[in-house]
Design a protein around this ligand. Structure first.
Ligand code: NCD
Length: 370
């Protein structure tokens, strides 16, 4: 039994056997999330960043920190390796990936899981005319968890619904779904931010965080924005050329949750006041990008000169891969935290896997550390 079942989760848990696909499809992501929780209150499918609340985030971060420290503790390391050693997972990644794929694969192996991978749809039965849902349902019969990335967000939604509705025990984790969601990337950015600023304990004032770039088509920007909304002190500043600005669906969500936000086109105007900045590349695989937009995008580079205008203790993040928007010279700046974030990513994914299988009791894990 997990120690983190929040009151909100308990009172809002719903039975997925009672809902049809057309009814499910109509729900908001937060409502859908109510059907993607097991009897212990733990997530069974992590599809949307809106499925996390503060209590669960704090818990995952604490667990990730503990496991991260196990790098120096042989005994803890050996124990962690036994936690899911009867489980298997399939990494179904049909879009390019280096970091997320490797990070999830290593996370799964660190907790003892057997991993299997499918990366090339040409080599699967999709090639013989099988639907993607059938391919995924096949995996659901064979493994205990499916970790997936694909260009169509609707595929993971349908799969998560089918698995829950059929009462299958398979866990599902979203490693990036089209331009819509990338919840674990958001988790690792947040984990990095929180470990530098101790956001949980700071009171009063506002904490401006800028999200800069192709906000219209970036799943990492969207998922991070939902998670940041769990911290009421954070003001979200969306810096982008008008045609790539953050969608109204997201800013409506922030309004509903009384979160301060602002859209802005001028990066230089905002830099001196920021506590953190999240940069990203142009997401040109999701539709045509005009030459004009490309030219404008070049104005949103975080150059060495521009970085000088930022606060001395600000935090610079980027999901990577990067292009010209973040020159490699910035890596030497002590405020650059994107490489450290890659490292933290593995540990927050370990924490999430443990949570989803109900193996996330921190006290129990700690007791085995020494
Ligand atoms: C991001 C992604 O795939 O959405 N990368 C990642 O997972 N670290 C960002 C991107 O591709 O721009």
């Amino acid at each position: 039994m997990s120690s983190v079942m929040t009151e909100a989760v308990k009172t809002h848990m719903k039975d997925p056997k009672t809902i049809s696909w057309p009814e499910f499809e109509e729900l908001s992501p937060s409502q859908k999330g109510q059907y993607l929780v097991g009897p212990d209150g733990n997530l069974t499918a992590t599809v949307y960043a809106q499925q996390f609340d503060r209590k669960l985030l704090d818990h995952l971060i604490e667990l990730a920190e503990l496991i991260r420290s196990s790098d120096y503790n042989e005994q803890l390391r050996a124990y962690v390796k036994t936690l899911l050693n009867t489980k298997s997972c399939a990494l179904y990644f049909t879009q390019p990936s280096t970091r997320t794929f490797t990070s999830f694969s290593l996370a799964a192996q660190t907790v003892g899981m057997i991993t299997e991978e499918i990366r090339d749809p040409e080599m699967s039965s999709l090639y013989k005319g099988e639907s993607e849902i059938d391919t995924l349902l096949t995996l659901a019969e064979l493994v205990d968890a499916v970790i997936m990335r694909q260009a169509e967000h609707s595929v993971i939604e349908r799969f998560a619904y089918e698995v829950a509705h059929r009462g299958l025990p398979t866990r599902i984790l979203n490693g990036g779904s089209g331009p819509v969601q990338h919840p674990t990337q958001a988790l690792l950015e947040l984990y990095t931010l929180v470990s530098h600023f101790d956001l949980a304990n700071i009171e009063g004032g506002t904490f401006p965080v800028a999200i800069v770039g192709d906000l219209a088509r970036s799943r990492t920007a969207r998922s991070l924005s939902y998670l940041l909304a769990l911290y009421p002190r954070i003001k979200q500043i969306f810096i982008a050329p008008e045609e790539l600005q953050m969608g109204d669906d997201l800013t409506d969500y922030l309004d509903e949750h009384s979160i301060a936000w602002e859209r802005c086109e001028d990066m230089d105007e905002k830099l001196p006041e920021l506590d953190a900045i999240y940069m990203m590349r142009i997401q040109d695989e999701y539709g045509k990008t005009s030459e004009e937009t490309r030219k404008r995008y070049a104005e949103y580079r975080l150059t060495i000169d521009r970085a000088k205008a930022m606060k001395p203790d600000a935090c610079i993040l980027h999901p990577l891969p990067r292009r010209e928007e973040l020159p490699i010279e910035i890596d030497a700046d002590p405020r650059a935290m994107y490489w450290e974030a890659v490292n933290r990513g593995k540990f927050i994914r370990i924490a999430l896997l443990l949570h989803m299988f109900g193996k996330d009791d921190i006290e129990k894990i700690k007791a085995r550390a020494y």
